[in-house]
Design a protein around this ligand. Sequence first.
Ligand SMILES: [Zn+2]
Length: 372
Amino acid sequence: MEKTYIPTKHGNLTLPAFMPDATYGSIKAVSFNDVQKAGVEAIVTTTLHIEQKIGSLYIKEFGGLHKFFGWNKPILSDSGGWQVFSLIQSKRDKGKNKISDLGCSFVDPATGNHSLLTPESSQVIQNNLSADIVTVLDNPILGNVSLAERKECIRINTLWAKRSKAKFIELNSNVKEKPLIGAVIQGGNDYELRKISADELLEIDFDIYNFGGMPLHTGVTWLTESKKGFYHEMLEYVSGLIPSNKYKYAMGVGQPDDIAFCVDVGWDLFDTVLPTRNARHGLLYVSEGQGEQTKSYKNLAYDTIHIKTERYKFDEKPLDENCNCEACTTVSRAYLRHLLRINEAAGLRLATIHNLTFYSNWMDKIRKTLQK
Ligand SMILES: [Zn+2]
């Protein structure tokens, strides 16, 4: 089966797709209208942030996230687990967490409140949000733990996935247009555990299979701490474990060249904070030959620019001569540099619009060159 798009309640999502992360219900510095104009077809929203800062019952009463955001394209919600496990791993919850068959309990460092996230409560929250694609609560392997502990992580990961699916079915029993549901394959750097995790999740049957693990977006591998090599191999291996008629989501990937590699080995969906976060720090992605450093995958190449540096002080050229975004058609590199150096909102906005546009164009290039 040729996968060219994912049909959702809010239209078809063209594959492969890159989805920016809308943390706290917004993509920093830009409006959803800016995001749509940048060619973005779907966004990822962080469930726990929304629950804690806005409240999913409020969103439900309002009529769902699409109405609240004014965004009529697909929304993928994460399970909330990512934020909890980030807290646990960074020890910001001071070790006051407990992961059990029931779910994960943790202390929110902002409020000091004890919270409990279960497979079921995560599905209820995501249902309240009315997301087009929902995610099961997963249990990543944290740090260098024993084989017995890693196996226990996988057991709980599968148990939570089963209960998530049951709750998902219950919540959507009378729903005409059901959301899609994705499960997360765990196993860290252990090939055998990745296979076990994939097989167990395939038996439960989901629409989408996600590559899970942390941390991914640092680009450092778990096993050797070398740059990338290992996780590229693992991404290729895990993709091979998932039947080709299922959608495959490489969570947290990544750099444009990493995305191209992942598409080549079968992955369909990507999310990363890189284009938006880097834009705010003045790291911009441009066409090959127009920047400082070239990166490539096969015959696809791009450059990066550190716009805040001295070399752009008198640069009158547009940021990228091949780009039609608002930044590239209205301001010079020199002026954009000035705006970002003083952290001006207009500069943050223009840089973000450009990087998002670059990623949309990059996905187009991937579709044209890597896919038949
Ligand atoms: Zn541009």
